[in-house]
Design a binder for this molecule. Structure first.
Ligand SMILES: *Cc1c(COP(=O)(O)O)cnc(C)c1O
Length: 352
């Protein structure tokens, strides 16, 4: 039995997304909902995003993007950027999704899918600006844009956006990617394409560097209150989810809480971080499969709550603090949380 939960603060999510949107304005912020919205749950994150004024959501796979689109119910545009087979592309466009297209053959499949579904597919063409993950290579870009323009003239597709993804590892590399991106947009315009939005940056570059914002930025981590590993604190954002475990046993050696590495709390946390207890920070001494041992405090009792990561309010690390302590990024502690750990939503997303 898991004694604990991943507790999601709706008001915090709304505040984070508001802070991100305010920072990016007049550019719009697309809220990234991949990995079940960084483990917080797509439906609730979309609801919070809408309250915060978000009008774009996006993720990798089609099923979660469709889920986001259903949750948004016509109030937002949703992009799925994974390359998928034609039948799945057809379900996507029939469900109103826009598609990221970074592959020549995929453009043909999407156009065929749109014709089969009897709709115009809104697509975002992806140029490879150096990351080599997905995206059309610069030397093939001109022909790709011409092909997209040809499909546009048939009504099968409409090129809504031009985009790319950058490493955000060094300013110099990002600057080189941005030049390549601007060149690609110019080529697209020469081909007759009229994209509504250009999008290049994710959380870190979008926050720090206005020239990377264009009309749209894709923000994941910062919406959830996850700062970059080894990066600065971000004013106005804080972690929206806390991993909370309950005390199941108190003995002379310490306090046992009912959550362990099988539930997603990393075993390498032992000896490296504290947990937040009713008496403040206490050392994490051991992490087993289904339980962890925490240094005791006076009056510790079965049923007490211990925060394994969260905002820091009780002495616990944030997800990024924990990530740094175990040599990884701040998304990782969230993405490790088992699907079996209940997600509990607290507070209200209601507009204030
Ligand atoms: C994950 C992802 C993002 C968001 O990155 P963050 O650093 O979490 O803001 C943006 N764009 C793409 C293509 C992604 O896969």
């Amino acid at each position: 039995m898991i004694a604990g939960e991943l507790r999601v603060d709706r008001a915090r999510l709304v505040a984070n997304i508001r802070a991100v949107r305010a920072r990016m304005a007049p550019a719009e912020a697309l809220v990234v909902i991949k990995d079940d919205a960084y483990a917080l749950g797509v439906d609730e994150v979309v609801a919070a995003g809408l309250v915060a004024g978000a009008r774009w959501f996006g993720g990798i796979d089609v099923p979660s993007a469709l889920r986001a689109a259903r949750a948004a119910d016509g109030r937002a545009r949703v992009i799925a950027w994974m390359t998928v087979p034609e039948d799945e592309a057809r379900r996507a466009v029939a469900g109103g999704l826009e598609l990221g297209v970074g592959d020549e053959d995929y453009l043909e499949r999407v156009a065929a899918a749109a014709r089969a579904a009897g709709v115009t597919a809104r697509v975002h063409l992806k140029i490879d600006t150096g990351l080599h993950r997905n995206g059309v290579r610069p030397e093939r870009w001109r022909a790709f844009c011409a092909r997209a323009a040809a499909w546009e003239s048939t009504g099968a597709v409409r090129v809504a956006g031009i985009w790319s993804h950058i490493a955000e590892a060094s300013d110099a590399e990002d600057d080189a990617s941005r030049s390549a991106f601007d060149a690609a947009v110019a080529v697209a315009r020469e081909a007759g394409l009229r994209p509504e939005v250009r999008h290049l940056a994710a959380s870190a570059a979008a926050w720090a560097r206005p020239e990377f914002r264009y009309e749209l930025v894709r923000v994941g981590a910062f919406c959830y209150g996850i700062r970059s590993a080894d990066g600065p604190e971000i004013a106005g954002i804080a972690p929206a989810a806390s991993l909370v475990a309950r005390v199941t046993e108190v003995d002379d050696d310490g306090v046992i809480v009912g959550m362990g590495f099988v539930d997603g709390y990393p075993s390498t946390a032992a000896g490296r971080v504290a947990a937040g207890t009713p008496a403040g920070a206490r050392a994490v001494e051991a992490v087993d499969a289904f339980a962890a041992r925490i240094a005791s405090w006076p009056g510790a009792a079965v049923g007490d709550e211990v925060v394994l990561f969260g905002t820091g309010a009780h002495g616990e690390p944030t997800p990024t603090d924990l990530g740094e302590a175990i040599g990884t990024v701040g998304e990782e502690p969230l993405l490790r949380v088992s699907r079996l750990v209940p997600r509990v939503y607290v507070g209200s997303a209601a507009a204030r």
